[in-house]
Design a binder for this molecule. Sequence first.
Ligand SMILES: [Fe+2]
Length: 297
Amino acid sequence: MIHQANPLITSGSSFNLNNNAAYIQWRKKKPAYSKPALGDLLVRIKDPYQLSDDEIKAIVERCEYFNMAIYQLSNTNNQDRSLVHVLGKRLALSNLDANLRADNDSVSSLEVRTQAGNQYIPYTNKALSWHTDGYYNQLDKQVFGIIMHCVRPADAGGCNQLFNPEELYIMLRDENANYIEALMHPEAMTIPDNVEAGKVIREAQTGPVFIVKPDGRLHMRFSARKRNIIWRDTAVTHKAVEMINTLLADETNVLKVALQAGQGIVCNNVLHNRSGFTDSDTQKRLMYRARYYDAVG
Ligand SMILES: [Fe+2]
C-alpha cells in the first residue's frame, strides 16, 4: 500500500497509485503519448464579445481532451484587453490571480519594460524555461486556468512550446510509479522566499508537483529553473525530475506555437516555455495574460 497525503485522491481516483485498474481505464481514453497537432487545437472565433455556443463547446472540448485550445479571432481590428475578461467569463474563468506585476485589472501585459526592483524574466525578451504558472503560489491559490492573447508577436522569436501535464504523468507512471509517489509528496518541491530590497514579498512555498484538484483532475506545479527550486533530497525525486526534464527537452513530445496577432491560448495551466525574442521599432511583442483559480469549463 502506497501512502498518499492528498485527501482528494479517493480510492476510485485514476491518480491513486493503489488503484491501477482506474488508472488503466483513464489512460485508455488518452491518446497514447501523442501530442496534439495545431489543427486539433484551433478554434475560430467570430466575435470574442459574443461567443457562440458552438465556439464555447469547441474550446471546452479541446480543454477536456488536451487541456488546451488555441483560438483565432476572425477580426483583429479590435484587440482591447477587455476581450480577455469577456472570453474568460464565458469559459467559467472568473477568479483572477493578481500577481506582482499584473495591471490594475489583474491581467498582465507581457512586454519588454523597465522594471523597478527584482527583474522578472516574463517582462524581458529572454527565454523562459519550462514551468506551469503560479507554481510559487500558496497551495490554496493555485492557477488552474490561463488565457494568453497575442496582440502582436515579436519581430523574431518569442515562440511557445506546450505540453499537457496529463501526458507527462502517463509517461512517468508507466516508467516507474515510484516517480509519481515522489512527485506527489507534500515536500517534493520548495520555492524559497522571494525577497526584494531585504523584505520578504512572498513566503517560501513547499508542496507536491502533482496535485489532484477538487474536480478530480490533475494539476501540476513545476519549474525547470535550476536556481530557486529546492527538490526533496531523495534519489527517486531527483531521478523523477531528471526524467521530466528529459521528456520536455525532446521536441517530438512538445507542441511548438508561434502565436500571431489575434490568436490566443486557453488552457488548464499546461506546461509551457518561451524562446527569446527580438522586437523592432515597428513590431513589439505584446501579450495579455490572465491567470485564474478556475479551470476551463
Ligand atoms: Fe507562464
